[in-house]
Design a protein around this ligand. Sequence first.
Ligand SMILES: [Zn+2]
Length: 554
Amino acid sequence: MTMLKDPSVKYRPFQPINLPDRQWPSRTITQAPRWLSTDLRDGNQALIDPMGAEKKNRFFDLLVKVGLKEIEVGFPAAGATEFDFIRGLVDSNRIPEDVLVQVLTQSREDLIKTSFESLAGVHAAIVHLYNAVSPLWRQVVFGLEMPQIKEIAVNGAKVLRDQAARFPQTKWHFEYSPETFSTAELDFSLECCEAVMDVLKPTPEHPIILNLPATVEAATPNIYADQIEYFCRNLPNRDSAVISLHTHNDRGTGVAAAELGLMAGADRVEGCLFGNGERTGNCCLVTVGLNLYTQGVDPGLDFSDIDEVISTVEYCNQLKVAERHPYGGELVFTAFSGSHQDAIKKGFAAQETRNDQLWAVPYLPIDPADLGRSYEAVIRVNSQSGKGGFAWVLEQDQGLKLPKRMQAHFSKHVQELADQLGRELQAGDIWDVFRKAYRQDGGRFELQDYEETKAPDGSRVFAGKIAVDGQVQSVSGRGNGLLSSVVATLQDAFGLGLEIRDYSEHALSGGSDAKAAAYVECVTPDGRTIWGVGVDEDVATAGVRAVLSAANAI
Ligand SMILES: [Zn+2]
């Protein structure tokens, strides 16, 4: 019960495919494939708690909304729950005209009949026949030879043909899967598919879907691509078949295998949203779709509100979408490290000055806004974050754009809190520490009211009412401008020797009630640097408040 020093005594490498003139490595994917969601079948059968009708209907509606035009809705012969759900879909007219539902059946006459009955009355549908063809299954699971395995497929195809004739009002499509294709002899898979085609007689106008599953992923994805290219090149009547991929993720490359399979000539991809499915799951349709999107190819699937997609999928599957799942995970548009935050912040700023729409932001392969994610969620702050993170949060959340040197000052407060709490800081945490650090909830000096007048010599006179420790006092002072007259007042009335070294102000971004923020950097007689912040509807008053906020630090 331990890992082997020499695993080759137990595991054999997958044999490569002899295809020296393979073409797929230099191809690119320039258009979206046909998509089939098997969430309600392959996905559902892998759940701890399989979906009931309510969840299945909700999932079905989500798939339609996302834009799936082919949806495998179940295994009708598996039992009453499956059968009744599919009948319900048909009877309630829930299936849009342009959507094809698909049902899966093993190659047995009674099961195939039940499958057709579950769909009776539907405008169009795909019946999906499968049997396993690879040596391990032939020998270990069934104890059958190749001719008998092929016979199973052919017999199933004949039942498909005959059953379809019983329901002529429906436009039937057929799909055949040589299950375990990726671990089977290629020529035998071809032989089975050709035999099925001989029965069903597909044409370019009414093609058969040949679905080639990596039922268990067993090799690197380039080998799957070789298998697909070999199959496409050697299938007679290739134009009468839609080549479909069905990859699983046992080696963690289900998405890669599907993508290389498309390069190798396939037309269609089967999978599940966020890669649910048996064991490690099916190919993730969200990832393949959005990978295409970020190459400038319209996937024909709409993930504009990815959070809604996730919440429905999580609700129906009762499984969480991993925090780092491509495109959808909670953390994939989030940067904690200071250098990443800084680069992203600069990227967003540069993006605003572009005169085209092209996306080029460091660390973000896709614009989160395209998926309905907000920029505010991009940058989060913990003890690993530098100045960029909280400055971004303050700007997004409160509209405050702190001057550079003040950011450096405030970062010490943020760092202290992050270390003290030992967890990620929320926007609220940062706002609280800001209010405290710059005395935004009051202090010893509180401005009640003031007037500014211009003296005959051009100087300014500040005459104000300031509450000092709760006692309102009328005070005044004179200076070259408003702020220096406030400084003079503080000196004359209270003996505070403040000197303003720097001042800046800006209108608050966002929000309907226009406000301004003012920042002062001051030096005390003993050489300390202190900062003050004031926010007010009136920009001049914001400045006065900023000076008093600094005074409250003394
Ligand atoms: Zn599968």
